[in-house]
Ligand binder design. Structure first.
Ligand code: MN
Length: 238
């Protein structure tokens, strides 16, 4: 049977955090390949009909991490001082891809920004900075902590995520300075940090739409984290 084709979204060339994000994308490509998928990077700035044609060939979509979603996308007019790496082109491309993936029931996996993007695409909002979340613990670890298991997450019972991870509690890395605020209609929170912040979401009425706030691509030595890549490939094969 042919290996499933997995489209991977990426940051723009001029992203201020480009070198770190390049490293993460390289790890994602490896994760997809090792799980039995054919990884392909989706360029930014394509004409809409080109993007649509490309999306129609994909068996699955993977939203990688990166800069912040433009606050105007979720109705915030003011910008928090810590906001960074906003890319109109990236927001546009990913919001379109997610809407099509939801409508067309295409398997979808979001990482970090990908979880935030999924929430925004479906009508939710974000904390522009995690300091806005009441009682927030530390979630923003530096580039030297890609594989640091920074905090636990509690996984929701009877969720797709619980089935994939196979454990009720997992320790994860934490490289984000934003988080989910108002949850989008139809999304379910399937993992929470000790401070109650959403760390994973999924769409129960979709064949496979899962997103996590951590970076499993930096934790490919761990069976439960590799399983997130395998689960996407398996869903894409169906
Ligand atoms: Mn976290």
């Amino acid at each position: 049977m042919a290996k499933p084709l997995i489209g991977i979204t990426v940051h723009p060339d001029d992203d201020p955090d480009r070198s770190n994000l390049d490293t993460l994308v390289a790890l994602i490509l490896r994760g997809v390949e090792q799980a039995g998928g054919l990884p392909v990077v989706i360029p930014l700035g394509l004409a809409e009909d080109t993007l649509r044609g490309l999306a129609g060939r994909l068996d699955g979509l993977l939203l990688s991490g990166g800069g912040d979603v433009g606050p105007e996308r979720y109705g915030d007019r003011e910008r928090h001082p810590s906001l960074g790496g906003v890319s109109e082109a990236r927001d546009q491309t990913e919001l379109q891809l997610v809407r099509w993936a939801v409508r067309d029931r295409q398997p979808l996996f979001g990482i970090c920004r990908g979880a935030q993007l999924l929430n925004v695409a479906l009508g939710g909002s974000l904390y522009q900075d995690i300091s806005q979340h009441p009682g927030a613990i530390k979630h923003t670890y530096g580039d030297d902590a890609l594989a640091l298991l920074a905090h636990e997450v509690q996984v929701a019972e009877e969720s797709t995520l619980a089935r994939v991870l196979g454990q009720p509690v997992v320790r994860v890395n934490s490289l984000h300075h934003q988080g989910l605020r108002a949850l989008a209609p139809g999304l379910r929170v399937t993992a929470v940090a000790p401070d109650g912040l959403a760390e994973a979401v999924e769409l129960p009425d979709h064949p496979y739409a899962v997103a996590v706030q951590w970076h499993p691509e930096c934790l490919l030595d761990l069976t439960e984290q590799r399983a997130l890549f395998t689960a996407l490939i398996d869903a894409a094969r169906r």
